[in-house]
Write a protein that binds this ligand. Sequence first.
Ligand SMILES: C[S@@+](CC[C@H](N)C(=O)[O-])C[C@H]1O[C@@H](n2cnc3c(N)ncnc32)[C@H](O)[C@@H]1O
Length: 254
Amino acid sequence: MPEYVDYAEYYDSDHNSQVDVGFYLGFARQCGSPILELACGTGRLVIPLAEAGFKVYGVDLSESMLAVCRRKVEERHLADRVHLTLANMADFALSHQDFALAYIPVRSFMHLFTQRDQLSCLQRVHDHLRPGGYFIVDVYAPHFGILAQAPNGPFVVRREFNLPNGHHVIRKDRFVNNDIVNQIQHCELRFEEYDTTGVLVRERTVPMDTRYAFRYELQLLLGRVGFEVIDIFRDYAKNPYDGTGEIIAVARRP
Ligand SMILES: C[S@@+](CC[C@H](N)C(=O)[O-])C[C@H]1O[C@@H](n2cnc3c(N)ncnc32)[C@H](O)[C@@H]1O
C-alpha cells in the first residue's frame, strides 16, 4: 500500500473526523472485548476504544501508519489494551480467534481490488470471530453521479488543515477515471504544504484507488463466507440505506 507511506504524516490532521466514533463505541459496548479493527491506520478509532476500556487488536498493511498509532499507544499508556500487527487484511492470521466484534471502517475494504482478496478478507474475519460475534464493514454507495464523472478532472480544493509544526496544508483531489470493468475509481490527492511564512515547502500527489461494491454485491460477499447480514445503514446515525452516503453493513457470525 505505497500511497499511505506518503500520507501517514498528514493523516491525523486531514482526518480528524469523529463522526463514526460513537457508532463503533456503541457496538463495542454491545459486544465487549476483544475487538479487531482491520486497516486500523494511525488508530483514529483504536485509541478512543482502548481509552474506553476495550481490548483492541489492530491490523494494517502500512508500517508508517502503524508507527503513528504505536506512538499514540505509548503516549497514552495503552500498551496493555492495544495490540498492533503489520499484515494484509486479505491474508492475516492472529493467535487470538475469539473476537466479539470486528470492523473495517471508513471505506478501507475498498482498497481490496479483486473479489478473491475481498472474499479472502471476509473469510478470515469470519474465522477470527466467536459464534455470535459482530462484523461491520463500511463502503461508499456508488451512485451514478460519481461514476459518470468525466475523466481527467481538475484538482479541486477539498480541505485545508494545519500540521502540529504549524505548517499549513491544502489538499486538492482529482478524479482520474472510472474503470467500470473492474469497478475501480482512480483518484489523486495532492497535498501542498506551506511553512509558517507561507512558502511552499513540499508538494506531493498520492494515488487513491477504490474498488466500489454495490449493496447486494456486498451482501452476497458477506453471505458467501457465512455471515448473516443484520442491517444496512446509510450513515452512523443508523438511518437505513437509501442509495446515497455510505453502505454500512452490520453482520453476525451465526
Ligand atoms: C482510510 S485509512 C483508515 C484508517 C483508520 N481505520 C481510520 O479509521 O482512520 C485506510 C487504511 O487502510 C490500510 N490498508 C489499505 N489496504 C490494506 C490492506 N490490504 N490490508 C491492511 N490494511 C490496508 C492503509 O494502510 C490505511 O491505514
